[in-house]
Design a protein around this ligand. Structure first.
Ligand code: AMP
Ligand code: ZN
Length: 134
């Protein structure tokens, strides 16, 4: 896609610290990392978000994410890692080319992807449950 910054990185038109590349995916360092070693994984084909992702791609990308998380532990000394994936502006997606964040976590490090827990009543939970369940 012409005006997509991630497609430009894949095409080599914009530089990036690419740590992994295979036939279908690319992984590079996030330019504004949440923690040191924050990596993005994306398919080479331009798809907007998870709603356009197929099952095979999803499986392969998730295995790349797992390998990168393990590398963050072995090479950077991370104590764990978060896998984060945003879909749509309301969810914080700023680049509309599907990508998975792998964010290494270090004991005592900053909070990442945190939310404030709420305390709905059982009735309120039940109302939502009825709308969501199969
Ligand atoms: P999201 O908010 O989930 O769409 O994440 C987009 C991510 O892309 C952000 O964490 C940005 O820091 C990162 N980003 C944007 N432009 C670049 C770039 N040129 N190279 C590397 N990371 C980028
Ligand atoms: Zn793109």
């Amino acid at each position: 896609m012409d005006d997509c910054i991630f497609c430009k990185i894949i095409a080599g038109e914009i530089p990036a610290f690419i740590i992994h590349e295979d036939e279908e995916s690319v992984a590079f360092m996030d330019i504004n990392p949440a923690t040191p070693g924050h990596v993005l994984i994306l398919p080479k084909t331009h798809i907007r978000d998870i709603e356009e992702l197929d099952e095979e791609q999803a499986g392969r990308l998730m295995m790349v994410a797992k390998a990168i998380g393990q590398k963050q532990k072995s090479a950077l000394g991370a104590d764990g890692f978060n896998i984060v994936q945003n879909n749509g502006k309301a969810a914080g997606q700023t680049v509309p080319h599907f990508h998975i964040h792998v964010i290494p976590r270090y004991a005592g490090g900053p909070q990442v992807a945190a939310w404030t827990p709420t305390s709905p009543t059982r009735e309120q939970l039940s109302e939502i449950y009825i709308r969501l369940k199969d």
